[in-house]
Design a protein around this ligand. Sequence first.
Ligand SMILES: C[S@@+](CC[C@H](N)C(=O)[O-])C[C@H]1O[C@@H](n2cnc3c(N)ncnc32)[C@H](O)[C@@H]1O
Length: 676
Amino acid sequence: MAPDVKVRQAFAATRALGIPDEENIGDGNGSTAGQDGCERPSKRLHLEKQENQVFVGMKNIASGDHELSTSSDRIVESPQRSFRDGTNHNSRLLHVQHSNTTKQTSSCHSLIKSEVMASRKQAIGDVGLGQTSIEGLPGKIRKKELSRAKTCSVATLPPMIEPTRLGHSEQYSPSDGTQTRFLKSATSSHADMEDKDDCPLSNDLSSCRGHINIASSPLGEVKLSLDCKQALAQRKFERPKLGAVLKFVEDKYLQSFEVVGSQFSVIKLLKDICESYLDLGCNPFERSGMTKSSPDIIGSVSNSNGIAGQNTKALSYSRKDSEISNSIASTSSSGPVNARRRHCSSVRKSRYSDLTDITKGAEKVKISLADDLGNEQLPAFNYIPHNIIYQSAHVQISLARIADDDCCSSCIGDCLSSKLPCACARETGGEFAYTPVGQLKEEFLESCKSTKVSPQAKDFVYCQDCPIERSRNESRPEKCKGHLIRKFIKECWRKCGCGMHCGNRVVQRGITCKLQVFLTEEGKGWGVRTLEELPKGTFVCEYVGEIVTNTELYDRNMQKNGRERHTYPVMLDADWGSEGHLLDEEALCLDATYHGNVARFVNHRCFDANLIDIPVEVETPDRHYYHLAFFTTRKVGAFEELNWDYGIDFDDLHHPVKAFKCCCKSSHCRDMKRRK
Ligand SMILES: C[S@@+](CC[C@H](N)C(=O)[O-])C[C@H]1O[C@@H](n2cnc3c(N)ncnc32)[C@H](O)[C@@H]1O
């Protein structure tokens, strides 16, 4: 069949789909001839809603003033798959094929070419394409026309070979008998996802950090292209080697233990490759291999924040962009570099949305991350499932310190099944705080609530020599402002005779709820929501962080430069009032800014929060150190945001941690009242 006939048939096919054909994509001279001399259909389907999504950059697609893709590395995939029905009949193997073409492109475009190897030879033979051609795609596209073709993400493919070769379950057959296939995405569900996730209806280009285009032809070829054009249009980009990108992605997945999780999707993987391509292209740290789990980076950042000598373990996030930016900003005057880096950050939408577990396997349950709004960076921090001493804190955990009446050594099995409270339960006000299903008993919860939130003077104790005031002004400390009296829970522990499944061991068993970190819409940054309904009194998580002394925390806060967003640290001051004089190293706090667990993302709500923090004694009867555990104050519905009352005094302008403008929307909002 002569080439022009094919083109005519393709036009007929597109017309049959209701697409006018006056906007020909050609070489600028009205020609639609490709480099192979074969005339090509010039139309693309406008299936995407997002502006400026163009299917460009295929190898050997060039225009007079706009050199398009020249990828030197090509990923060649060997699928055996029915794309229309979405079923993956066989595993797909990605491998990298190197070609010699290495022209720099003004838009970043990496090409993944997917081929059915068996039909490749036939396809090339039929259309007479050169070695590096992409069969069936427009040979030349002018810049002008690229912008005109802005909503395209699907290529119109020429009618060449009957589609049955690919085993496609569905193809478009225009009335004139021409067989032209249009594939928007590998599967219909993926196509939907692509529309919603990647390219929202808004014209906010920054929310599109790259785009995957997939097209197949009846020749038996499937083309996947990762289009990063928008993200890169405004800056200089150094194209990374595709091999390095693949290695980067592989490392990332291997480190996350999430090579194939329950939410695995090929499209998401491809998106990740696209993002990694961007990352490596614009981030010299990542390119030089300094990214993943890089204590070097954390170390330098930590030092800039006055925290020395940290030996961070490998549970660190690979993305340290905000901190890297900060550290560079403070140590270097290379403005353009910073500007570029900032821009790189801004184009990375939901970089963590593919992470199925922010805990990196540190918890029994996975905690996913959702960035529905896009563009937000997760703060750099190391996920730790248990508290860890930063430096000077005195936390003495030893069996010798646990007296016989501080444990229930004679218990067997589950303490909750015994008629009388065991020695541990006696420490909890003479009764078991937990029900057999691991929830707080209603009465206990209510009594905790009253001691926590009621701002009555009677609920406070006052130290004679308050560590907080001491750190503020050592020579002339002010009077203690008071510390809330708290009810403690005492859990059974190592010296107890009961087993690990004892009902009086809830907090120490860790998180069991399905939680998700998500980007809030009210300007609070990230937050935590439950993915399942939680009954009243359910243990959700504990607040985990570095155990720092009050003095260390004060020093940290003094050194913060104000631009940094940080978590709200908690004072372990529940027992301070009972002490005559607390040493500095005994006045402890938890700081989850750099090392913490999911609780570091739980936002504040004034007064009527759905979580309450309760002190829990586990390893030591010495109540300078204890765990702070969150329980639900009421039934919480699935997908509700979890929040707790930080106990902030918005009037206290001298507090070392600067209060934020509260957006909790509670009718009891203390900050709102204050502002009114
Ligand atoms: C423990 S962190 C919570 C996680 C935080 N939203 C994030 O994105 O990392 C505390 C910080 O979150 C923000 N935040 C928490 N609750 C808030 C609220 N009710 N209104 C406004 N900002 C809030 C403040 O910036 C605060 O310093």
